[in-house]
Design a protein around this ligand. Structure first.
Ligand code: HEM
Ligand SMILES: *[C@@H]1O[C@H](CO)[C@@H](O)[C@H](O)[C@H]1NC(C)=O
Ligand SMILES: *[C@@H]1O[C@H](CO)[C@@H](O)[C@H](O)[C@H]1NC(C)=O
Length: 476
């Protein structure tokens, strides 16, 4: 889940003498063992190349920091950012190797500030057999059978409900966030949108802001506010969980993630309410910004590429025409959107909401001709591969038609891979497709003002993509 934008700048501030000594020692120990680590430059003492990284990503170029270093050192190189020597990989094969060897050679690594926000029982922080088990539980809650038989109905209904109120000027990013939040609460807890969900969402946005600030309560009011908001969010969820437990004991059955968590109680492990709440919080965190930003950027790319929008409109009008007066999308409809899937893939490829993932080497690991020393931080950049000219022709152009040709699937990993591969990948695709369907068949739109993509601290548009929408004259 970690993008490099999460600011462990606190690390810089708190790097103590002992850390310096430790780092020095490690370097010399590594040298003694004659390890050849990937080439690169570690910049200034302590600060390393952190400022180069931050200022690079403030430009409009999506990948300046990595591009420059790949040109100089190759696709696997060493740098020093956020207080630590870090090996960057911009190589598809190396990335896959890193992700596949989760728990054996590498393990995921999050700064403590993130752990405080997602909660210590979060799936993101779990390791080993507990992680395997909970990951597969999450997968089975959002696998395609469940989406087909249960979740699609609500996704379709809630998307339409939200679009009903659209008129005139809207901030697309805000609307997409509202939709995504409502979908997730419905899927996790069977709660329909209401005042309670909207209030919870407001608290939630404060928690999310905490991910992108300097995580020191003393220095950062944003982080302090995020921690307080997290407390209110967990309190609210605790009440829901308690109530549902009581209902369950009285024999009331539900079909959602919470029920799956209760049911896994029956096996060897039982989950207490604290664990369940952390788990729910982490799912909300993981699915919220990612899916909503992807929705917004899909619309932006389409708006900027009229020929793609025209072809997509044709595909969805055909579906509409076939369905006559029945409004709700069904699984067969979803399965008959080949060009939409090209648009979805191309949006995921170009936007790279999760630009890459951080790991830590659990032992000395040989990669290519180099050795990554034990304990090293590693950043597998998914974006660098997606935007690399070696993997995709004219890689920085939005071209959904490229997916109609055969492409090497190895170069495309928007959802990561290995044991931590995103359990929400199918859900995100379906939500995005359903959203595009209803948007396109109901509205025309144009940008309300100039808005551009930025890549720091996260990929998004600067002004939350304001658009002016107008109803089309179609029978609904
Ligand atoms: C376009 C939308 C999405 C993108 C691009 C995305 C991307 C990713 C990526 C790259 C990872 C791997 C992180 C790592 O290896 O450390 C991940 C993990 C995860 N995602 Fe997603 N995701 C999306 C939507 C969702 C949704 C809708 C959910 C909710 C069900 C979700 C839940 C999770 C969870 C729980 C993890 C952690 C898995 C683990 O650590 O075992 N994601 N996601
Ligand atoms: C999806 O998960 C359900 C349990 O939630 C399971 O019964 C079903 O076999 C799974 N389907 C697939 C295709 O994995
Ligand atoms: C989109 O990407 C996935 C891999 O994540 C692939 O399985 C699928 O075939 C791609 N879809 C199209 C239309 O190329």
């Amino acid at each position: 889940m970690i993008t490099m934008e999460l600011f462990p700048l606190s690390l810089l501030l708190t790097l103590s003498l002992s850390t310096i000594i430790f780092l020095l020692f490690r370097t010399t120990a590594a040298a003694r063992r004659k390890l050849r680590s990937p080439p690169g430059s570690t910049g200034l003492p302590l600060i390393g190349e952190t400022f180069q990284l931050i200022s690079a990503y403030k430009t409009e170029n999506p990948e300046p920091f990595i591009d420059a270093r790949v040109a100089k050192y190759g696709t696997v190189f060493t740098t020093h950012v956020f207080g630590e020597r870090t090996v960057f990989s911009a190589d598809a094969e190396t990335n896959r190797f890193i992700l596949q060897n989760e728990g054996r050679l590498f393990e995921s690594s999050y700064p403590g500030s993130i752990a405080n926000l997602v909660g210590k029982h979060s799936l993101l922080l779990m390791r080993g057999s507990l992680h395997r088990r909970m990951h597969s539980l999450t997968m089975s809650f959002a696998n395609f059978t469940i989406i087909k038989d249960h979740l699609l109905l609500d996704i379709d209904r809630l998307v339409r409900l939200n679009l009903d109120s659209w008129t005139g000027r809207i901030l697309l990013m805000e609307e997409a966030k509202k939709i995504t939040f409502e979908l997730t609460l419905k899927q996790l807890l069977s709660i329909d949108p209401c005042e309670w969900t909207e209030n919870l969402r407001k608290e939630y946005m404060l928690v999310i802001e905490g991910f992108f600030c300097i995580p020191l309560p003393f220095f950062s009011p944003t982080y302090r506010r995020a921690i307080q908001a997290r407390k209110r969010v967990t309190e609210a969820l605790h009440l829901v969980v308690r109530e549902r437990r009581e209902k369950r004991e009285r024999g009331v059955k539900r079909n959602d993630m919470l029920a799956a968590l209760f049911d896994s109680d029956c096996d060897d492990v039982t989950f207490c309410d604290d664990e369940i709440v952390d788990f729910l919080v982490s799912l909300l965190v993981a699915g919220y910004d990612t899916t909503s930003t992807t929705m917004t950027l899909a619309v932006k790319f389409l708006t900027d590429t009229p020929s793609a929008l025209a072809q997509l409109t044709e595909e969805h009008e055909e579906i509409r025409a076939r369905k006559g007066t029945s409004v709700a999308l069904e699984w067969d409809d979803y399965k008959s959107m080949p060009f939409t899937q090209c648009v979805v893939n191309e949006t995921l490829r170009l936007s790279n909401i999760i630009s890459g993932v951080f790991r830590r080497a659990m032992t000395d690991v040989k990669i290519k001709d180099y050795t990554i020393p034990e304990g090293s931080k590693v950043f597998a950049s998914l974006r660098a591969v997606h935007l690399g000219q070696d993997s995709f022709q004219d890689a920085r152009v939005f071209d959904p038609w490229r997916w109609q040709k055969t492409l090497d699937p190895a170069n495309f990993m928007p959802f990561g891979g290995g044991p931590r591969r995103c359990p929400g990948h199918e859900l995100a695709r379906v939500a995005l497709s359903v959203f595009l369907h209803h948007l396109i068949t109901r509205f025309c739109w144009k940008p309300a003002e100039e808005d551009k993509l930025v890549f720091f601290p996260t990929t998004r548009t600067q002004k939350r993509y304001p658009i002016i929408v107008q109803h089309r004259n179609v029978v609904e």
